[in-house]
Design a protein around this ligand. Structure first.
Ligand code: ADP
Ligand code: 5GP
Length: 196
């Protein structure tokens, strides 16, 4: 899909695990002014489902073999490895939504943000979601799923520290302290970009 035929914008949302990307995006997708305009990209992943997550709504959960087949058959636009699991953006999903005239939001890591900015420089807006502190991140990761092992929380925090160093690479940085206020800020950024 070439850029000239693209009307939609691509909003890449990144940030440390537990910063609130998924929660904020869920709220914004329900916003009266955005619900018919903005769609969420559903990535493919090899990590296992958390409680409350649903196949095809939160992610397409696949086996490592299934993921590699998708990559080989060029169905994945960009992909990354995070804590030993694969995560990738489905090419057809993104193109269908953009062709239908929607704007798209994706929760991706820094690799994904860079890849989309490179593929669609004129249409991609990158937003980094920050949290008040590392301690707060730990609390949120633990609170999100009681089954998350301490080892995994530590790994996520280690990566968070690296991710925080790269926040300056993004078009916008938004601190998610108060959820309601941060949701409004995210909505306003998206509306401002859409309205040009
Ligand atoms: P991410 O997608 O960035 O990994 P989530 O959206 O899954 O993060 O949020 C992690 C946890 O933190 C969830 O349980 C969510 O309800 C909670 N959370 C999100 N934003 C806030 C906030 N502003 N204050 C307190 N808890 C929050
Ligand atoms: P989680 O396991 O917390 O859902 O996601 C782990 C990390 O992978 C997060 O930073 C999330 O944004 C990122 N991620 C999820 N899907 C994709 C994807 O398709 N591509 C890339 N590059 N990163 C992704």
């Amino acid at each position: 899909m070439n850029q000239a035929s693209m009307r939609g914008l691509i909003f890449v949302i990144s940030g440390p695990s537990g910063s609130g990307k998924t929660t904020l995006l869920k709220t914004v997708l329900l916003d009266r002014l955005l619900k018919n305009k903005l769609a969420k990209s559903i990535s493919v992943t090899t990590r296992s489902k958390r409680s409350g997550e649903r196949q095809g709504r939160d992610y397409f959960f696949v086996s490592p073999g299934g993921f590699l087949r998708l990559v080989k058959s060029k169905k994945i636009l960009e992909w990354t490895r995070y804590l030993g699991y694969y995560y990738g953006t489905k090419k057809d999903f993104l193109e269908e939504k953009l062709k239908a005239g929607k704007h798209l939001a994706l929760c991706l890591d820094l690799n994904g943000a860079k890849a989309l900015k490179k593929l669609y420089p004129k249409n991609t807006v990158t937003i980094f979601i920050d949290a008040p502190s590392i301690n707060e991140l730990r609390k949120r990761i633990r609170g999100r799923c009681s089954k998350t092992k301490q080892e995994e929380i530590n790994e996520r925090i280690k990566l968070a520290e690296i991710e925080l160093k790269n926040s300056c690479a993004y078009d916008y940085v938004l601190k998610n302290k108060n959820l309601a206020q941060a949701s409004i800020k995210l909505r306003d950024i998206i509306l401002k970009e859409i309205r040009g």
